[in-house]
Design a protein around this ligand. Structure first.
Ligand SMILES: NC(=O)c1ccc[n+]([C@@H]2O[C@H](COP(=O)([O-])OP(=O)(O)OC[C@H]3O[C@@H](n4cnc5c(N)ncnc54)[C@H](O)[C@@H]3O)[C@@H](O)[C@H]2O)c1
Length: 266
């Protein structure tokens, strides 16, 4: 009697991909950030959720705890350098380290080169770019000895221009190249830290809804027509990309950029 073929895998060999890892996610209280927190937790990570939005942040963490996840909320304004020391310290104290950092917090303030105010430009730069610099720097310091994965949420708007988003375009383009510079440095220094950027297209979140309300009425319809997959993306479709970059499955990827846009840039 021929013996039966070995099973493809045994149940006991199944592993969640981020078991034992600790993650910090900025802007985690809602939208793409909240989906990233849940997706990382589902793969076994302990999650430090940070945001300026206290109520939503605590509510998310409570919901994650009910579902059996170890997570905590830290109120953080990502633009403040001293806050980064506290966030990394809380990850270390509560969960023993920092393995994954997702710089997700961001804003989009529409305008054109003729109408965008300097105040809006500076605010956009502070949150979308300066804070990613501060976060990446803090993450590298915290991960230098043991390694880790830093994921910076840029946008397709960091790769192509839009007449309506000059400050956003500039900030997200900055995130794309800052990511590459930091990635090269860490690889050459022999740190086991990988740093990559994610570039979502149009994802149905409050940010997009708020921005669309300020843009010409037919903008949403015209945008939809340009997307080959003919729909806006879901937050979970960005989150699963982040899980991949956080996990060892992407172990040979650093300084790279993953586009999640339904084919728009293609
Ligand atoms: N929604 C999209 O279509 C889309 C597309 C490409 C890129 N992105 C990027 O994805 C990220 C998340 O966007 P979203 O659509 O979920 O937006 P969102 O507005 O729903 O969520 C952003 C979160 O960031 C937080 N935040 C803002 N300023 C902060 C600060 N100073 N400190 C800490 N937290 C702060 C907000 O409180 C909010 O919870 C952003 O970086 C955004 O630029 C979004």
């Amino acid at each position: 009697m021929p013996s039966p073929a070995p099973p493809f895998f045994r149940k006991r060999d199944l592993q969640v991909r981020l078991d034992g890892k600790t993650a910090v996610v900025t802007g985690g209280a809602r939208g793409i950030g909240a989906a990233i927190c849940v997706a990382l937790a589902r793969e076994g990570a302990k999650v430090v959720v940070t945001d300026v939005r206290e109520t939503e942040g605590f509510a998310l963490v409570e919901q994650m705890r009910v579902n059996g996840t170890q997570s905590l909320f830290v109120q953080q304004d990502v633009t403040l350098e001293e806050g980064w020391i506290e966030v990394c310290g809380r990850a270390l104290d509560a969960f023993g380290g920092l393995d994954i950092l997702v710089n997700n917090a961001g804003i989009a303030l529409p305008g054109t080169i003729e109408t965008q105010s300097l105040a809006d430009w500076r605010r956009t730069m502070a949150i979308n770019l300066d804070a990613v610099f501060l976060g990446t720097q803090a993450g590298v310091r915290a991960m230098r000895s043991k390694g880790g994965s830093i994921i910076n949420i840029s946008s397709i708007e960091g790769m192509i221009g839009s007449a309506y988003l000059p400050a956003y375009n500039a900030s997200k383009g900055g995130v794309r190249l800052l990511t590459k510079s930091a990635a090269i440095h860490c690889a050459r220094a022999g740190y086991r830290i990988r740093i990559n950027s994610v570039h979502p297209g149009y994802i149905g979140t409050q940010m997009v809804q708020d921005a669309l309300a300020l843009l010409p009425e037919d903008f949403a319809g015209r945008t939809l027509e340009r997307i080959p997959m003919q729909r806006f993306g879901a937050v979970e479709e960005v989150a699963s990309t982040v899980v991949f970059l956080a996990s060892d499955e992407s172990s040979y990827m650093t300084g790279s950029e993953l586009v999640v846009d339904g084919g728009l840039l293609a």
